[in-house]
Unconditional design. Structure first.
Length: 188
C-alpha cells in the first residue's frame, strides 16, 4: 500500500512539474512571437475548430501559403473588425509579386467577400487547436489568471523543497537527498 502511495505522489509531482514547464515554454514562445494563442469566437471552421477553441498559430511567410492551409489573419478593410479570422485557403495566386489569397470557413456556405494580400498582411498557420483548452482558459479567466499562476508556481516550489529536504530511507535520522550544503548550514 505504501509503495502505491509513493508512486502516486511521484506521478502527481511529475505532472505538476511537467505542466509548469509546458506553461513556461508556451509563454516563452508567445513572448518571442514564435507562437500566437487566440480564442476562436465563431463556428465558421467547425467541426475542425469549433467556437470556443483555443488556437495556436505560428507565423507563415506569404510565399509558403498553399491551397488547403488553415490560416489566421485580420481581414482587409472595410471587413476588419479588429478580431483575427481562422479560415481555410481555397485559392492562392501571385500577381505583380503579391500573394493574393481567397479564404472560406469550412462551415460557411460562401467564400469570404475579400481578397487578402498576404504579402502586405501578417498571416499565421494553424498549428494546433483544442476545445478543451478553450474551456480551461474560460475557467482560468473567470477565476483570475494570476490565481492559477500562483497555484502552479506554489506547487512547483513545494515539490522542489520536498525533494531537497526529505531525508532518505524510512527514518528521519538518515542523510538527506538534495542540497547537502543547505542541510549542513541548518545543522550549525
Amino acid at each position: 500500500m505504501r509503495a502505491a502511495a509513493v508512486v502516486v505522489r511521484r506521478a502527481a509531482g511529475a505532472a505538476v512539474v511537467a505542466a509548469a514547464l509546458a506553461a513556461l515554454l508556451v509563454s516563452l514562445a508567445v513572448r518571442m512571437d514564435v507562437l500566437r494563442v487566440s480564442r476562436v469566437l465563431t463556428g465558421s471552421m467547425a467541426p475542425m475548430v469549433p467556437a470556443g477553441s483555443l488556437a495556436a498559430t505560428r507565423p507563415l511567410d506569404a510565399t509558403s501559403i498553399r491551397t488547403g492551409d488553415v490560416v489566421m489573419f485580420r481581414p482587409p478593410a472595410p471587413f476588419d473588425t479588429g478580431t483575427p479570422v481562422v479560415h481555410r485557403v481555397i485559392d492562392a495566386t501571385t500577381e505583380n509579386g503579391d500573394v493574393l489569397v481567397h479564404t472560406k470557413g469550412d462551415a460557411n456556405e460562401a467564400e469570404d467577400p475579400w481578397t487578402l494580400n498576404a504579402s502586405k498582411s501578417t498571416v499565421h498557420e494553424l498549428a494546433w487547436s483544442s476545445l478543451t483548452a478553450g474551456r480551461v482558459a474560460d475557467v482560468v479567466a473567470r477565476a483570475g489568471g494570476s490565481l492559477l499562476l500562483s497555484v502552479v508556481v506554489g506547487l512547483v516550489a513545494l515539490r522542489v523543497l520536498v525533494l531537497m529536504w526529505r531525508p532518505r530511507g524510512r527514518g528521519r535520522h538518515r542523510e538527506p537527498r538534495g542540497v547537502r550544503w543547505l542541510w549542513d548550514a541548518a545543522a550549525v
